[in-house]
Design a protein. Structure first.
Length: 252
């Protein structure tokens, strides 16, 4: 109540020196009347939610493994420690998201709807390449206004396990394995040396876990838990690694 006159008189009688109730009142009123600028607030209050992230997908003999960390940042502030960056597009196709959280969620929702419509028209499951082409179209058409890097992985009867990368700009590249996000810059050397064609399911999952662990230990925008999604002819299996389940390496 101190900005009001009755409170001012009470505070004035008890105040002394340069600090008085009147000066406090003047400062308070000046603060209320001044034009507030964004510079007055920490930078994370005005930043968009971003998936500064580490994501990857790897094809193995019979399916595909997708993996991601779980940290979502707003500037330098960690907004969410347990984000699920691996989104279901259909029963046998998933995608990993990096870039703007809002943009990637919107694109994934649109593609999921379009794919459901396609499957109803076809009377069966859509192919992984069809889903990847839908992502490519939206990422390319709105490349000037969106910040979205997508990795699509899945299994279909015609081509088995497949991985497609759609980087910023909307290019579509089929790859045996793909990495993305800010953490990927730290693990290109490891992935090039450790990847091999024809890996088993267990070898592929361990490869993804090791790569993501290395990225999370070096990249400040990656962290949290490791989420894995394995897709093959038998269906989808999800795993979440936390705490001591995440391997550690030299961090000198």
């Amino acid at each position: 109540c101190w900005p009001h006159d009755d409170c001012t008189s009470r505070f004035s009688s008890a105040s002394s020196g340069a600090f008085s109730a009147l000066s406090v009142r003047e400062v308070f009123c000046k603060f209320l009347k001044q034009e507030t600028t964004m510079e007055a607030f920490p930078e994370w209050t005005s930043k968009a939610h971003a998936l500064g992230t580490s994501i990857m997908a790897v094809r193995f003999d019979g399916g595909v493994v997708l993996g991601a960390d779980s940290r979502t940042s707003t500037g330098s502030y960690v907004a969410n420690r347990v984000t699920d960056k691996i989104a279901e597009v259909s029963s046998h196709i998933f995608c990993c998201r990096s870039g703007s959280a809002a943009d990637t969620q919107a694109i994934t929702g649109i593609v999921k709807y379009e794919l459901e419509m396609l499957e109803m028209e076809m009377g069966g499951q859509a192919e992984v390449a069809q889903a990847a082409s839908m992502f490519r179209k939206h990422c390319f058409d709105y490349r000037e206004s969106l910040s979205a890097g997508i990795i699509v992985g899945g299994w279909d009867e015609r081509n088995g396990g497949q991985v497609f990368c759609i980087p910023l700009g909307g290019m579509l590249v089929p790859q045996p394995f793909s990495i993305g996000g800010s953490g990927s810059t730290y693990i290109y050397g490891y992935c090039d040396s450790a990847f091999k064609e024809g890996m088993t399911r267990d070898e592929c999952e361990q490869f993804v876990v090791n790569a993501l662990s290395l990225a999370m230990s070096r990249d400040g925008s990656s962290g949290g838990v490791i989420r894995l999604v394995t897709i093959d002819k038998d269906g989808v299996a999800r795993r979440t690694l936390t705490g001591t389940e995440i391997p550690t390496f030299y961090e000198g």
